[in-house]
Design a protein around this ligand. Structure first.
Ligand code: ZN
Length: 426
């Protein structure tokens, strides 16, 4: 039995309190706790102790091209990332992108992340993506988008990956559906049948921007599931949102990407009005930053601008317990309570950028940033301490990512000086 006591901090929604963790599980939250012998002590003085963030949708394999799409439209992104760069990705590139992308998320306090993988040109690419997640000490869901934007059969490949999943409690498999905007409804039905048989949660991109009413079409075929997360969906009707609520499904809103790339307003307020709980996601780091602080801030500011709605407390729920529920992990993570796994983040509340810390939720949402993330625990394991990820040769890994980026860019013949506009130059 191993125990850790996080002491002297302020626990979100509780106040000054200690947190006792035994064998990766929170066993007590309070003061004057009875502590076993040989307990490791983490001094949390000056820190806010909060649940780790949950990102419900990120295309992590694209990490090497961070920032190149800052000015892009969605057409630029589709042409540039999927049409021009992706064909030059080797499995090694997928591996190092997924590993560094997952590490970046951990570094900024994202303890649970769904990797929405859609670069599976070969089985080796899928294996490399999974290996990248496995080698980062976070809680990850490998959402395997087999056959993305094709009508090809995927059953044998999904069964292969399912059978090869490591018996790792922190790494699970989901199926990235080809949605009704991307393939035939018969294929959607086949993919869902396979997911149901294998017990996999699913995630699907839909837009509805052309009046296609994808959610209504899925419901008509009996294809709405509580275990499906709908990504973006900005163009769907309020009646379709209520269909999702009736089905118990979940949604993933990527506020920065949706605003920048022409998807429409993030539908945080509409989702709440329909009786659903929003979750938030980064989506892709070529276009936007990879941390949940800025993601929350955008969602917050936009909804306040639309109707004055939302509170900082709600934003933190979207990025913790609501995200956990959408990943099927609501009973394991997302709150700080006895019986939950110890996925915890210690934020420096005494940093010059946030002190004095009078309103924890409000300050995190309006002023939080990755530089505050002092310590991160995943299932009780310390993966970041004193501001540094532990047990990693980060300089060597960053060199590998740089080599990967330079090789792919050279092979694709694209400049990396901020001038590349794929939608207009190719
Ligand atoms: Zn996406």
């Amino acid at each position: 039995m191993t125990s850790t006591l996080i002491t002297g901090g302020t626990v979100l929604n509780t106040g000054p309190a200690d947190v006792l963790v035994t064998d990766g599980v929170i066993v007590a939250v309070g003061t004057q706790l009875a502590v076993p012998e040989n307990t490791e002590v983490i001094d949390a003085a000056g820190c806010l102790v909060m649940p780790g963030f949950v990102d419900t949708h990120r295309h992590t394999w694209q990490t090497a091209f961070r920032g190149v799409g800052a000015d892009w439209t969605f057409a630029d992104y589709a042409a540039g990332i999927h049409g021009i760069l992706k064909p030059h990705y080797r499995p090694e590139d997928v591996y190092v992108g997924n590993l560094l992308g997952r590490l970046e998320a951990l570094h900024s306090g994202v303890t649970t992340m769904l990797d929405w993988f859609h670069a599976a040109q070969t089985p080796e690419h899928a294996d490399a993506a999974l290996a990248g997640l496995r080698d980062a000490p976070g809680r990850s869901i490998f959402c395997y988008g087999a056959g993305y934007r094709t009508d090809d059969p995927i059953e044998a490949e999904v069964r292969r990956v399912h059978a090869a999943m490591p018996g790792d409690d922190l790494l699970s498999l989901a199926l990235g559906l080809r949605g009704p905007d991307e393939t035939t409804m018969d294929n959607v039905a086949l993919d869902l049948k396979l997911a149901d048989e294998l017990g996999l949660r699913t995630s699907v991109h839909v837009d509805g921007l052309t009046g296609s009413r994808p959610v209504a079409a899925l419901r008509e075929r009996g294809l709405l599931r509580a275990s499906t997360t709908f990504v973006h969906a900005n163009g769907i009707g309020d009646d379709e949102l209520r269909m999702l609520a009736d089905a118990g499904a979940s949604v993933s809103i990527s506020p920065d990407v949706e605003l920048k790339m022409g998807f429409g307003q993030p539908m945080t307020g509409r989702v709440l009005a329909a009786g659903l709980r929003p979750t938030l996601s980064v989506d892709d780091t070529p276009a936007v930053g990879g941390d949940m602080f800025s993601t929350m801030r955008t969602a917050f500011a936009v909804q306040r601008g639309i109707d004055g709605g939302l509170t900082a407390q709600e934003l933190l729920q979207f990025t913790t317990i609501d995200g956990a529920e959408a990943c099927g992990l609501g009973d394991r993570v997302g709150t700080i309570a006895p019986g939950k796994d110890a996925d915890l983040v210690l934020l420096r509340a005494d940093d010059l950028t946030v002190a004095p810390f009078s309103n924890p939720a409000g300050t995190v949402v309006t002023s939080g940033h990755p530089g505050l993330v002092d310590t991160v625990l995943v299932a009780g394991r310390i993966v970041k301490r004193d501001g540094h990820l532990v047990g990693l040769d980060l300089p060597a890994l960053k060199d590998r990512l740089l080599e990967s980026r330079d090789r792919i860019a050279a092979a694709a013949g694209v400049p990396l000086d901020g001038t590349w506009r794929p939608g207009t130059t190719t």
